[in-house]
Design a protein around this ligand. Sequence first.
Ligand code: CUK
Ligand code: CUA
Length: 655
Amino acid sequence: MKSIFTTLKKAAPAAAFTLAMAGGAALQSCSSGPGEGSATAAGVASDAAQAVYVAPGKHDEYYSFLSGGFNGQMSVYGLPSGRLLKIMPVFTQHAENGYGYSEESKAMLMTSHGFVPWDDLHHPKLSRTNGMTDGRWLFANGNNTPRVARVDLSTFETVEIMEIPNSAGNHCSPYPTDNNEYVIAGTRFSVPLDMKGGTADVSMDEYKDKFRGSISFIKVDPEKGDMDLDFQILVPGFDYDLANGGKGPSSDWVFFTTYNTERSGTLKELGASQNDRDYLAAVNWKLAAKYAAEGKAKEMPAYYYHNKMDKDSHIAKSTIKKSVRYLLPEDCPGMMYLIPAPKSPHGIDVDPSGEHMVVSGKLAATIPVFSFSKMQDAIKNKEFDGEINGIPVFKYESVLKAEVKEPGLGPLHTEFDGKGNAYTSMFVSSEIVKWKLSDFTVVDRMPVYYSVGHLMIPGGDTHTPDGKYLVAMNKITKDRYLPTGPELSHSAQLIDISGEKMRMLLDFPTVAEPHYAQAIKAEKVAPNSVKFYDLAKNKHPHAVKKEADASVTREGNVVRVKMTAIRSHMTPDNIEGVQVGDTVLFHVTNLEQDWDVPHGFAVMGANNAETLIMPGATQTLKWVPKKEGVYPFYCTDFCSALHQEMQGYIRVSPK
Ligand code: CUK
Ligand code: CUA
């Protein structure tokens, strides 16, 4: 064991140096001048164009869902074409359709900190049935103000957002178990819990004693998908990076990489982190659920929001939660173990058989692969090397299966093709490395441009991957596209992995910063796609279902305009009786019962956004006019030959 960690220690400074230099290296290739960025064209398969060509009018084979990172949304791309199909707002206001601006959707973005219309979205995860992605829902994490969202893939809309208490960073999240029994969300930062529903104001010197992390167990309704925070495990105050579930024999387990296991309040310079190793935490989620059900859980005050979109009214409602149940690992034997892992590990990925846990230590010289069956034996034989907060720590050798030697520099994440191969992204050496699960040897490498973060194979995180394509999500773009000022769109690259050798097929730009992605065969999603909402079932309290019922009414200084929109007019289109300072609520109902005919609504000077109303639905734009005058309003979505005629005026008189 000593020798392994000595090797790691030696390798670490070199890797750290290269990490700092990665940007510089990329810059050099940029300075080679316009047109020469295609120096890599040699690496592109000669029939690449044909492999990604989807003829006009034809559909892609896969939907892929890329996270938007600091843009807080997710985007939908077709594969193999790389066509952008949609941007789905999740944690971020979206002026394009009024999400987070309309009165109906504002509650989706409420938190214990108030209205927070931004977040950092890293990991989309598809819902599962028997461990396979089923195309019903897409879960995603908000890192900054810890939240987990659920998107309904019949409408491609965010329908639920759950705030996570006792968490900060929410990075190892969200991980649905085989049948979405739970969506599991782990904190990144540990925080000093006061057990009174907040963080305590303690000195940073008390870090070791007072800080705790949390793993949240969110129950998911098997039919409706509704989420509910069942309980948390309050784990030792490390930092937690990534998580992934087991499969097959290990499907009762979920694994977390950790760093800062010396529990220090500062990580300034990597050298400040003293230990040669950190841990891979293994949690038996089924046993945890059993402990919680059997009364082992205690309750503490908490304060967090749970926001849900009502299906029939399309109005989001917030529920404020006041407590949370928790388990302490020290009270729950057998629930949690720690496996020593190279310092500062990042990704943890379990192979399709469920036997191999691959830990990508971004500063490590090798990739350790742990064995689930050895772990089971080590538990039986008590091959431990001490404990932390009552959590047994395994001896490294007792759980280690093998190490992938000389994989490259800066391993981050691994996915699988279902044909016995693993693919690991190398941030520092900018490449995808293919290695064999049978003997852990590297068999192929593909340079990517530049500095890849996550990679994704459709189903590559399940027991049955679809090993045809791989998408590399690169952090740095540099010379890959026409320059667009200091910031360039991030670049994704599509690689054919169907043969022995990887073949580079396509570059495509992405929206903001994709960290992770999921992909699924189109036939699992497309047939369920809703085409329009049934007007008869519209339960919005201010919906009007025919033009004759449109109205303008006043209650105090609130003026309600119940308006209809249908090709090609709005009713009413001449509105009187509004005064400066009134609150005007435009409740616009789209009367269309036809696919892909939204109407938009905007009024001059309104300082929020437009709203885009789907066929059969009602949306509300709030406006407080500040000056008298006659204000035009109009439909913003080109809907028919007479779209430009969909307009009207509202007159505002002095008070
Ligand atoms: S990730 Cu969030 S820092 Cu490797 Cu999943 Cu990019
Ligand atoms: Cu309705 Cu344009």
